[in-house]
Every structure is written in C-alpha cells, then in structure tokens.
Design a protein around this ligand. Structure first.
Ligand SMILES: [Zn+2]
Length: 349
C-alpha cells in the first residue's frame, strides 16, 4: 500500500511553468563558472546554495543575471537541459514546456542564437532519447528589457524560426509591476499569426488589470501565475467560462511575497470557483522546491483528495500546447498509469 503522498510522487506529471535558467543546480553553476572563468560571489556549493535562497526580488534578479553570465557555450546550454531532463524523469514528469529568455543571453553575454539554440536543441533531443521526457519551449519577451523594440523583434522572430525545433509559445516575463501587457500586443499578434500559442505571465506582482490586459491585448491561452484573478469575481468567471487555465506556482508566490503564507494562497478558492488550475515549480532550486513538492501541496495544504489531484495533474496534459493527437495519447497514458497506481493506494489516507 502507498500513501497519497507516495502516489503523487509516482504519478505521471506535466510541468508547464518553469524557467530553464531557474533550474540550474548550485553545483552545476559552480562547474560552469570555473570552466568559463566567471567570477561568482561564492566559491563552494554550500555557499552558493545559501546564496540561491530567496530573500527579495532584487537579490533574485542578481542571482538570475549571475546564472546567465555563466552560460557561454552550446555545451553549457546542453548540460543544463540534460540535467533538468534527468530531474524531470526522476519525478516522473513526462512532458515540460520550459520558458527560455533568449534576449538575456544575447544582450547580457553576447551569446547568439547559433550557440544557445544549438545547445538547448541538443539537450532536448538527448533528454527525449535518454529519459523519454518530452520538452518544448516557450520563448519569452522580457517586459523591462532595453533597447525595447529590438529585443522584442529578436525574440519573436527567433520563436517563429524555432517552431520546427520545439518552440510552441511566446511568453512575457520580467518585471510585471509598471510594465502592463498592452504594449506587447504587436509581437504577440505576429507570433500568433505564425501559429505560436500565447502564454504570458500575468496576475502575479500586478492585479486583475494585468490579466485582463493579457487576455484582451495578448489573447492569452494560458496565464503564467494568474492567481490574482481571485481579486475580481468577474475575471474568475470569465477565465472559467473561456477555459483559460492558470499555471500556479504556490511556493514561488510565497517567496515573492504575493501571499504572506501558504495557508492564504487562493489555489483552492480558484479551483472551487471553476478555474482550471495546474501546478508547477517556476524556478525550483531558487525557491528550494521541486515539481513533486508543489504537487504534494495539493493534499498537504490545499486538502484535495485523490480525484482532484488526478484532475489537476491531468490539466497539465489537457492544457499543454502539444498537438491534439499527441496530447490525447499522453492523456490516455496518464489515465492508465494513474488507474494502475490507484490499485495500491491506501484508501485510509
Ligand atoms: Zn515564471
């Protein structure tokens, strides 16, 4: 017999909201810094692990930039995709849509697409071959990036050019406060016209107006975070009526101070209002979490039973940007595997 927590660890999962640069482990960062001769503020894994721990948004950006500065060659990019792929396999995550921020690499380090796209593509293929884990990409526009138009043009074009190599959506990341979605409409229109999906971050550090903007201007098909929809009942009704799912990252929300403690997180209230929720990890080592830990919050904190857990995990497949045939196949695989695992689930849990 297995407990509900063991069931969640063993169950097949999807990860729809995670940033590649935010998956890097402290030991790997150190290895990359040494081989690329990049100075980091600390020189041991323990110190870096401490430094990774979230303190505030300013510090978070500082860590993010340091990570970006350590990624210089195709091999570096391939390595981090491969390591995260191994981690996904360990947690039985079968499919991931991973966000990547091309303009940061191009402008912070002068690393161009020939280098990083070659690296992430090799990593993606290796992860599928070795672990059977599928990865697709969300390339995101960084809201607060300058020079603005040049970077937005660059990322949009790169995302369109990469559609044959796993890019499935255009995203919008960076600083939400002070950078509303509307000015990004033309790049999203361009990406959508080419056949990409729309998955902007909205409703994390800004409120419902940011989500409304993402829906109206960016035609969002899925929302990164989106949790602050809870502040506007009309918005929650709209999202559930139009089946626009939210990618919830509970621990990230606590670390960034969106909610003061996990007991005040609105995930369950959003679910009960009819919203389609998925659960994800965002930047796992930076928030000292994993996909499995986030999924376990569904029972430990949000008090969902096994049927609801299955529903929420299956939402990750049903609302992925896989093509319909592949999505249906993966969903059938998940349902079959869940049914098999259920036979050993301790019903006293
Ligand atoms: Zn994010």
């Amino acid at each position: 017999m297995i407990s509900l927590n063991e069931y969640i660890r063993a169950a097949p999962k999807c990860e729809l909201h995670v940033h590649l640069e935010g998956t890097i482990r402290p030991a790997t960062l150190l290895q990359l810094a040494l081989r690329n001769r990049v100075d980091l503020p600390y020189t041991t894994v323990d110190e870096l692990r401490e430094w990774f721990k979230f303190t505030d948004f300013h510090h978070f950006i500082e860590v993010y930039i340091a990570i970006t500065r350590c990624l210089l060659t195709s091999e570096d990019f391939e390595l981090i995709v491969h390591e995260y792929g191994a981690e996904l396999a360990r947690q039985n995550v079968r499919y991931a849509e991973i966000t990547f921020s091309p303009s940061n690499h191009r402008w912070i380090n002068g690393v161009n697409e020939d280098v990083f796209f070659t690296g992430i593509s090799r990593g993606r293929k290796a992860v599928l071959a070795e672990f059977g884990v599928e990865i697709n990409w969300v390339f995101d526009l960084v809201r607060n990036a300058h020079p603005h138009d040049e970077k937005m043009d660059y990322v949009t074009q790169l995302a369109i050019d990469g559609m044959g190599d796993g890019v499935v959506a255009i995203g919008l990341g960076g600083l939400e406060t002070g950078y509303p979605p509307e000015p990004f409409e033309r790049w999203f229109d361009q990406a959508l016209a080419a056949g990409l999906h729309s998955a902007p971050h909205a409703g994390e550090l800004a409120g419902p107006e940011s989500i409304w903007g993402a829906i109206r201007a960016l035609k969002a098909e899925r929302l990164g975070h989106g949790v602050r929809a809870i502040e506007d009942p009309n918005l929650v009704a709209y999202l559930s009526e139009h089946q626009i799912p939210i990618e919830v990252n509970p621990t990230s929300n606590i670390c960034l101070g969106v909610y003061d403690r996990i007991g005040n997180h609105p995930l369950r209230r959003l679910y009960e209002a009819g919203e389609i929720v998925t659960v994800n990890s965002d930047d796992p080592p930076l928030f000292n979490t994993t996909m499995n830990q986030e999924a376990q919050l569904l029972t430990d904190v949000f008090r969902f039973g096994v049927d609801q857990v299955d529903e929420i995990l299956l939402n990750g497949v049903r609302h992925s940007f896989l093509n319909a045939e592949r999505r249906n196949q993966l969903e059938a695989d998940f349902i079959e595997e869940m049914a098999r695992l259920r036979t050993s689930l301790d019903s006293g849990e």
